[in-house]
Design a protein around this ligand. Structure first.
Ligand code: SF4
Length: 361
């Protein structure tokens, strides 16, 4: 294969095959990939702004039956550390969020066998009654699959009831790597590849804004990373004209500290900065129909994030006021609103504060 031909094809927004994606990943010089990623960024998101936002992660519960081997956050019901967040705690946390100028919560947590659809719809309604303009970016495909089984309802019915109760957008949580070989090793009790994609297909049909993610750097191959991107691109291609589909793609590396995957299976994170930049550029190249690529400042830190904004990414995500899942597995990065804007400026862009739909806030 000829690198120049593949670059031309990428710049013409022609979808690359998985073989071509793997070839680029393994053979293209990093600086060339970054250049192509950066030029494509200007095609999808022209201009000198890079996005950021303020939101708050509130974990609904840390009780989870799934026991994914990369997760340090979940607890068994009997654990003294197990919790289900109370309404008073939500109020305190959301009041703090509003005081800092944010109006969105990312509600995630474990799949607690004792919590069904009524619990989530009741929670969303209570929060919207208290804070009518609060945006709920909540749950993810694995929870929808779990609720669908528990309640014997279709994904569509579950999503419609959650939307009626106040769900504003669905995060792409739990994608890890969209390969059942990988999922059998790292998260065997969680939604399979087809289920994850099936939930997102229904969300797109309902015109619910969604994002897509990738948690990489554990047991997957390069070909599986590329296949993951192509599955997202193919699903995005099926969305109805004018529907949101995937608004953004956000890849982040496996954080191994204290995880069973590391201590029992001996799998350490393969993360390194150049490889992350390669992945960001390849994401921009392969995802020719997803507008926003977000670099995970929280997991890769300042220096790599600055380079990522020059490799195809156009966003650094959120000043995450509270984050307990990746930080439980070793991520020590924390940034306030001033720091995230300074990082964007250092990368050569103007900070553009945005909302969950990537519109100016
Ligand atoms: S990653 Fe999510 S689904 Fe998996 S064990 Fe942790 S909380 Fe449960």
């Amino acid at each position: 294969m000829d690198l120049d031909k593949l670059y031309r094809k990428s710049l013409d927004l022609i979808p690359l095959t998985s073989g071509e994606g793997v070839f680029l990943y393994e053979n293209a010089p990093l600086e060339e990939l970054m250049l192509i990623g950066n030029r494509l960024r200007q095609v999808h998101v022209p201009g000198s702004h890079a996005g950021w936002m303020i939101d708050r992660n509130v974990n609904i519960t840390n009780i989870c039956f799934s026991r994914c081997s990369f997760c340090n956050f979940c607890r068994r019901k009997e654990s003294p550390e197990a919790y289900v967040t109370s309404l008073d705690d939500y109020k305190r946390k959301i009041d703090e969020l509003y005081a800092l100028g944010g109006d969105q919560v990312l509600l995630q947590g474990g799949m607690n066998p004792e919590l069904g659809l009524d619990f989530y719809t009741g929670l969303f309604r209570d929060l919207k009654k208290l804070y009518p303009d609060l945006k709920l970016h909540a749950l993810g495909p694995p929870e929808i699959v779990y609720l669908s089984r528990k309640e014997n309802l279709s994904y569509r019915e579950i999503l419609k009831k959650l939307i009626e109760a106040g769900l504003d957008s669905l995060p792409g949580a739990g994608a890890e790597i969209l390969s059942d070989r990988v999922r059998r090793r790292v998260s065997p009790a969680k939604a399979k590849t087809g289920e994850w994609l099936g939930v997102m297909r229904e969300a797109h049909r309902l015109n619910l804004p969604t994002s897509a993610t990738m948690m990489y750097g554990h047991v997957e191959t390069i070909a599986e990373r590329i296949e993951h991107l192509i599955k997202l691109r193919d699903l995005q291609h099926q969305r109805q004209k004018g529907h949101y589909g995937f608004i953004a793609f956000i890849p982040w590396p496996f954080q191994d500290e204290g995880t069973l995957l590391s201590s029992v299976q001996g799998i350490k994170s393969s993360y390194n900065g150049p490889d992350y930049l390669r992945l960001i550029s390849l994401s921009r190249i392969l995802l020719n129909n997803i507008t926003n690529i977000q670099a995970s400042l929280l997991t890769v830190g300042r220096e790599v994030a600055i380079l990522a904004l020059n490799a195809g990414a156009n966003d650094l995500g959120s000043v995450m006021i509270e984050e307990n899942v990746v930080s439980a597995a070793g991520s020590k990065n924390r940034f306030d609103a001033g720091e995230i804007q300074a990082i964007i400026r250092e990368a050569g862009f103007e900070p553009g504060r945005r909302d969950q739909k990537y519109l100016p806030a």
